[in-house]
Design a protein around this ligand. Structure first.
Ligand code: FRU
Length: 475
């Protein structure tokens, strides 16, 4: 295949396939020092089709080595999304510690299949008696995600079934019993439910269960997004806490189908999402590859009044990518400052840290604008009074490749507080903003025709104290 790593919108520190289309992350697991990332892949083209599992590995979740596709379409159909577990005790009888992949075979019907690997996840053999799970009545029946449930001594599979999630249990990974169905009358139902992930999460005080459910359409800004539920799981049934759902993992247009790593050596659950939107994913203006993954992120459980919510932050190892630093001394800001040309050889890959304190009750807006010399810009407008962030990418660069791309402004909550901390990652064609240690995340694609090279920070009707303003070039 021809591929071009110098292609204009090829990110520098995000995962992309050397050639071809990608969507959902699949089969995330860790073993012997390597993080494995499989992904929905078209090995033959830059649009969706021929769905297979591509494969890459990494020691640090940042630098990836790509490998040949691991699972290809077969008699049962295309290979849709799914997950991998390590069968430590040999429950499936393929041998101790065998790598077992569960995926959806999409042929005439969607059914679940099993494949296993005895060469560290490089190649897979399909189980001879596939499919292992069928349902005559469900049209949308896909994306199996597995984990071992210690207290009840069995494997659990979460499966997207129409606009619900069905949980199945098994002792041998091959015969599955239906346990319960979750989702009727709760959460967002404006689209099909996909890519579930049920996992345990703890902070110093409590342990809770989290259920991710990706939905398309129905996201807070149109198209796809991932909602989540927090509650309890007893080995049969997920019972959500009484919270005002939907809760969104990311308010941007471009973070979908994210799931967590199995056998993750880190204390915090770690996940990665697909950085695009089905509204325009097949039309984005790249030539050799289509779409990237988000930055890997850790998940934390946080208190939110009397209930809970999640915080998501980019993995801290990203700091090893920092090279040159441009630093603005702390100051009181009453109108605006312009930070031009922050680096020589600006390739459009950097991180901006901005902390500020609102010192004046009358402050109504803080606007952060990234722009280039051809007058393209990406605007973040923090509306302090109305507790709302508006992102405008309508002049961000190429937008006309799809009528859906910049049709509407992107809105996210910006809960009021005195001190704010913003962390913004730009990697050529993407922007990932984390507000107040990950309480709000907003991921959006951009296609500037040249890298943004200046920042304008403006305060309306008041003043702020800038306590940190640092830009790091990232290698
Ligand atoms: C989500 C999804 C999954 C499916 C896969 C097909 O983006 O629609 O539900 O398994 O993509 O590529």
């Amino acid at each position: 295949h021809i591929y071009n790593y110098n292609e204009k919108y090829r990110p520098r520190y995000h995962f992309t396939a050397p050639f071809g289309w990608i969507n959902d992350p699949n089969g995330l697991y860790y073993k012997n020092g390597s993080y494995h990332l499989y992904y929905q892949y078209n090995p033959y083209g830059i649009k969706w089709g021929n769905m297979s599992w591509g494969h890459a590995t990494s020691q640090d979740l940042i630098h990836w080595t790509n490998h040949p596709p691991a699972i290809l379409p077969n008699d049962l159909g295309d290979v849709f999304s799914g997950s991998i577990i390590i069968d430590k005790k040999n429950d499936a009888c393929f041998g101790k510690k065998t790598i077992c992949a569960f995926y959806t075979s999409a042929g005439d019907k969607q059914v679940q299949s099993l494949a296993f690997s005895t060469d560290n996840g490089m190649t897979f053999k399909n189980y001879a008696n596939n499919p292992i799970l069928i349902d005559e009545n469900e049209k949308d029946f896909r994306d199996p995600k597995l984990f071992w449930h210690e207290p009840t001594d069995k494997w659990i599979m979460s499966l997207a079934t129409g606009q619900t999630i069905t949980f199945y249990g098994s002792e041998n990974l091959i015969d599955w019993n239906k346990l319960s169905v979750f989702g009727k009358g709760i959460g967002c139902h404006k689209g099909v439910w996909e890519c579930p992930d049920l996992f345990k999460i703890s902070n110093d005080k409590v342990t809770k269960w989290v259920l991710f459910v990706s939905i398309n359409p129905g996201g807070p800004n149109g198209g796809n997004a991932t909602q989540y539920f927090i509650g309890e799981f007893d080995g049969n049934k997920f019972t959500p806490d009484n919270i005002d759902y939907p809760l969104w993992l990311d308010y941007g247009r471009d973070n979908y189908a994210g799931v967590t790593w199995h056998n993750n050596p880190n204390k915090k659950p770690t996940y990665i999402g697909w950085m695009s939107n089905w509204d325009y994913a097949n039309e984005i203006p790249t030539n050799y590859f289509t779409n990237a993954m988000t930055l890997p992120r850790t998940i934390e459980l946080a208190k939110n009044g009397n209930s809970y919510c999640l915080k998501t932050q980019p993995i801290k190892e990203l700091k090893y990518l920092r090279t040159e630093k441009s630093h603005i001394e702390s100051k009181l800001l009453q109108k605006s400052i312009l930070v031009p040309y922050f680096f020589d050889d600006n390739l459009g890959a950097y991180e901006i840290l901005l902390d500020f304190v609102i010192i004046d009750q009358s402050t109504s807006n803080v606007n952060l604008t990234l722009s280039n010399s051809v007058d393209e810009n990406l605007l973040f407008s923090f509306d302090i009074k109305n507790e709302k962030l508006t992102i405008d990418r309508s002049k961000s660069g190429l937008i006309n490749f799809s009528k859906n791309f910049a049709k509407d402004k992107i809105i996210a909550p910006f809960p009021s507080q005195i001190k704010h901390q913003l962390k913004l990652f730009i990697d050529k064609a993407s922007s990932e903003l984390f507000i107040n240690k990950g309480r709000i995340a907003v991921t959006n694609l951009i296609f500037p025709t040249e890298p943004y090279s200046s920042i304008n920070l403006e305060v309306k009707n008041g003043s702020i104290d800038i306590t940190k303003f640092t830009i790091y070039k990232l290698k």
